[in-house]
Ligand binder design. Structure first.
Ligand SMILES: NC(=O)C1=CN([C@@H]2O[C@H](COP(=O)(O)OP(=O)(O)OC[C@H]3O[C@@H](n4cnc5c(N)ncnc54)[C@H](OP(=O)(O)O)[C@@H]3O)[C@@H](O)[C@H]2O)C=CC1
Ligand SMILES: O=C1OC[C@@H](O)[C@H](O)[C@H]1O
Length: 391
C-alpha cells in the first residue's frame, strides 16, 4: 500500500473551534478507517500573541516542532504550509481568507463562510484566478450520515423529495428579554456578525440544500425563492429567524428554522424527535441529534408499515488521544482535493456556497438586519484590523 498523502496545516486563530478542529487533525486517521491521507499541524497563529499560539500548541498536545506565530501575516507567509484553516468569527472570514489566498495559500474557512454573498463571490474569484483550493468548512456535509442521506435520496428510497423541515435552535432565553450570552459574545455581537442565522441557521440551510438542491442533477439545480421572518435582538443581530425556500421547478419547499430563544432539543436526549425531516412521496428520512452533529437516521417508507429503519452513526474516537469530534472528515476531504488537484469540493461546490450565501443575504435583507461596513465590505485590505488583530 502506498504511503498516505500528508497535508501540512496552518491554524489561523486559537479559539474554541480552532482547538476542536486541531485535536481532530491530530487523531490517527486509522481510528476512522482512513489510510490514504494524513494531517500535520505545522503552525498555529494568534493575533493576540505568540505566547497564546504556543499555549494552544501545548493544550492540544501537538508536536513540539509545531511553529507558533504571533500574527496571521506571518502564518500565511510560511512557505511550508499547504493549507490554512480560518477559525476566526464570521466577521473576519472574508479578510482573513483573502489574506491567505493573496499569499498563495489554499484555504478551509469556517462557517458561515462570509457576512455577505458578495464577499463569498470575491473569495471564489480569487481562488479561481490563483488556482487555489478553497472550501467552506460545513463539517456536517462530510459525515458518513450525510453521505447516506444523499444516497437514500438519489436512489429514490423515499420517492420524490417535496419538503425538508430543518431546525437548529439553542434555547438561551433569559429573564427580562435578554439572551443568555453577554452582548460582546460573537453569538449576538453585530460587530462580529453575530445572530442565529449566520451561526446556526447555516446548518438548517445545509439540510435543506443537501436534500433539495445538491441531490439534483447539475443542469436542474435552481436557486430558490425566499420568504423570511426575523426577530431582532437589542444588539441588532437576529435572535429568531424562519425561512421558507421554494424551489419552483421541483415543486419542493424547504423550511429552515433557527433561534437563540427556543431549543430544537430541549433536553439533548432526542425526546423532541427529529430536528430534520426530509419528506418524500414514498416516505421520509428523520435525522436525529443536533443539525450540526447528528447521530441517527430513521427511515420510514410507505412499505415499512409504520416501522422505522434505524441507522446509528457513532463518531469514531482515537483511543490513544481519547478524542474524536467529527471534524476530521472535512479535513480528509480537503486533503484528498489537494492530493488530486481539485480546487473545490464536489460535496460543497463553490456554486452552492454562493447560492446559500445569497439566501442568507436575502433573509437578512427581508428582516432588516445590517452589519457594519468594516465587516461587510468586499474590498480586501491586508492592513484591516480584522487581519492585524488590532481590537
Ligand atoms: N464547525 C463548528 O462546529 C463550529 C464552527 N464555529 C465557527 O468558528 C468560528 C469561530 O468560532 P469560535 O471558535 O467559537 O470563536 P472564539 O471566540 O472561541 O474564537 C475566535 C478566535 O478568533 C480570533 N479573533 C480575532 N479577532 C477576534 C475578535 N475581534 N474577537 C474574537 N475573536 C477574535 C481569536 O484568536 P486569536 O486571538 O488567537 O487570533 C479567537 O480566539 C465562527 O465563525 C463560528 O461560526 C464555531 C463553533 C463550532
Ligand atoms: O457551528 C456551530 O455548531 C455548534 C454550535 O454550538 C456553535 O454555536 C456553532 O458555531
Amino acid at each position: 500500500m502506498s504511503s498516505p498523502y500528508t497535508v501540512r496545516w496552518g491554524i489561523l486563530a486559537t479559539g474554541w473551534i480552532a482547538e476542536t478542529f486541531t485535536k481532530d487533525l491530530l487523531t490517527n486517521p486509522a481510528s476512522r478507517d482512513v489510510h490514504d491521507v494524513r494531517h500535520e499541524v505545522f503552525a498555529v497563529s494568534s493575533s493576540s500573541s505568540k505566547d497564546r499560539a504556543a499555549e494552544f500548541i501545548k493544550k492540544v498536545d501537538a508536536p513540539s516542532s509545531t511553529k507558533a506565530y504571533g500574527s496571521y501575516h506571518e502564518l500565511v507567509a510560511d512557505p511550508d504550509i499547504d493549507i490554512i484553516y480560518v477559525a476566526t468569527p464570521h466577521s473576519h472570514h472574508f479578510q482573513n481568507a483573502m489574506l491567505a489566498l493573496d499569499a498563495g495559500k489554499n484555504v478551509l474557512c469556517e462557517k458561515s463562510l462570509t457576512v455577505t454573498a458578495a464577499q463569498t463571490r470575491k473569495l471564489i474569484e480569487t481562488a479561481r484566478s490563483k488556482n487555489l483550493f478553497f472550501m467552506e468548512a460545513v463539517w456536517t456535509r462530510y459525515f458518513p450520515l450525510s453521505i447516506k442521506v444523499r444516497e437514500l435520496i438519489t436512489s429514490g428510497a423515499i420517492g420524490n423529495v417535496y419538503r425538508t423541515i430543518a431546525d437548529l435552535s439553542v434555547g438561551r432565553d433569559a429573564p427580562e428579554g435578554k439572551i443568555d450570552f453577554p452582548d460582546e459574545n460573537r453569538m449576538v455581537n453585530a460587530d462580529l456578525a453575530g445572530g442565529a442565522l449566520l451561526d446556526l441557521g447555516i446548518y438548517a440551510l445545509t439540510w435543506v440544500f443537501q436534500s433539495l438542491y445538491h441531490t439534483q442533477p447539475e443542469a436542474e439545480k435552481e436557486a430558490p425563492n425566499v420568504l423570511a421572518a426575523i426577530n431582532k435582538y437589542h444588539t441588532g443581530a437576529d435572535e429568531t429567524t424562519s425561512i421558507i425556500l421554494q424551489f419552483p421547478k421541483h415543486k419542493s419547499h424547504g423550511i429552515a428554522l433557527t433561534s437563540l430563544r427556543v431549543a430544537s432539543e430541549p433536553d439533548n436526549k432526542d425526546t423532541a424527535g427529529a430536528s430534520i425531516r426530509i419528506q418524500g412521496g414514498r416516505g421520509e428520512i428523520q435525522v436525529i441529534g443536533p443539525a450540526y452533529r447528528p447521530h441517527q437516521l430513521r427511515v420510514i417508507t410507505k412499505e415499512s408499515d409504520g416501522k422505522a429503519e434505524v441507522i446509528d452513526f457513532a463518531i469514531p474516537k482515537d483511543k490513544e488521544r481519547d478524542w474524536g469530534h467529527g471534524m476530521f472528515w472535512e479535513a480528509d476531504e480537503a486533503a484528498r482535493c489537494l492530493r488530486d488537484g481539485q480546487k473545490e469540493s464536489k460535496t460543497l461546490p463553490w456554486s452552492e456556497s454562493i447560492v446559500i450565501m445569497e439566501v442568507m443575504d436575502e433573509t437578512l435583507k427581508q428582516g432588516g438586519v445590517t452589519y457594519p461596513e468594516l465587516i461587510s465590505t468586499d474590498v480586501f485590505d491586508p492592513q484591516s484590523p480584522l487581519n492585524t488583530g488590532k481590537r
